[in-house]
Design a protein around this ligand. Structure first.
Ligand SMILES: [Mn+2]
Length: 289
């Protein structure tokens, strides 16, 4: 499960937040480094949808990759599920109409809500926002499974209702019921800044240089537990590309004028596609969106 891939194993590419930008995704997947290895694996950091123009088509594209694709849930993926469950109303910045009006919306959302919150394989961890500093990989995996179970079952709409509301800032294994669920899901999908004791500052200004006093990125919290397994995450476009031994942020903001990034796990080769890699018609449509 957590072994390094053997030299003959297929490459694994971790891919940043797509946010409905299916043209960026298509351009990335046709790059020869990926297209010439049809067996390679594609790990998506979540937030496949919303904000961008083509949420339904993005979900169809990734779902069609079958076992080649591993997807973890992001906060925008959960937001679509919350809207579908009637827990929240769409806001001005949501661009999910193409998904909700799609003939296959039911299938696509059922597929989406059965994705995990965390994936641990080939000596790497994949999670949308990261791994809470007080959790080691095994603890995180077991907490992710608790929440995944609640999202996968037939009572998933009740789970979405329970997620709506304030989360405790500090983790305690004694948290129960919706407080526990909200903390777990918040850590995996929304965390950016924490205080030095590991309390999450959800909703704090997270643009570098504007962090509230006393907060720091979750991955720089002293005595963080999951440091021996590199963590691949997204969710933090203002932080942008970060490639360290222990953490890699791959959200490079393709939906806000940036690029879509892929990182190959074995040798950390980077691939990026920007507007200039798109067909002119797609670039025009995005510029007008
Ligand atoms: Mn996100």
């Amino acid at each position: 499960m957590d072994q390094q891939p053997s030299p003959s194993a297929p490459s694994i590419w971790a891919i940043g937040d797509v946010h409905g930008c299916v043209d960026f995704l298509d351009a990335l997947l046709t790059r020869p480094e990926i297209a010439d290895e049809p067996e390679c694996r594609l790990w998506f950091v979540g937030d496949l949808i919303n904000r961008g123009p083509a949420s339904a088509e993005t979900l169809r594209r990734v779902r069609a990759l079958g076992e080649r694709a591993t997807v973890v849930l992001g906060n925008h993926d959960l937001r679509a599920l919350a809207i579908a469950a009637g827990s929240v109303r769409p806001g001005r910045r949501d661009t999910l109409d193409d998904l909700f009006n799609a003939p296959d919306v039911g299938e696509l959302l059922d597929w989406l809500r059965k994705r995990p919150l965390m994936h641990f394989q080939a000596g790497h961890v994949l999670a949308h926002a990261g791994i809470h500093p007080q959790w080691d990989a095994a603890t995180a995996q077991s907490l992710a499974e608790e929440a995944e179970h609640a999202l996968r079952g037939e009572h998933w709409r009740e789970t979405m209702h329970a997620l709506h509301g304030g989360s405790p800032r500090a983790w305690s294994p004694k948290l129960r019921d919706e407080q526990r669920l909200r903390f777990i899901v918040g850590a995996f999908t929304r965390m950016r800044l924490c205080s030095r004791d590991g309390a999450m500052a959800l909703g704090a200004r997270s643009t570098p240089g504007q962090w509230p006093q006393g907060t720091l990125p979750w991955f720089d919290v002293p005595e963080r537990r999951c440091t021996n397994t590199p963590i691949l995450f997204g969710h933090w476009a203002t932080l942008g590309l970060l490639v360290r031994r222990d953490v890699c942020c791959l959200d490079t903001g393709c939906v806000t004028g940036g690029v879509l990034t892929a990182l190959r796990l074995g040798d950390r080769k980077l691939l990026q596609v920007g507007l200039d890699a798109l067909p002119a018609s797609a670039a025009d449509a995005l510029a007008q969106a």
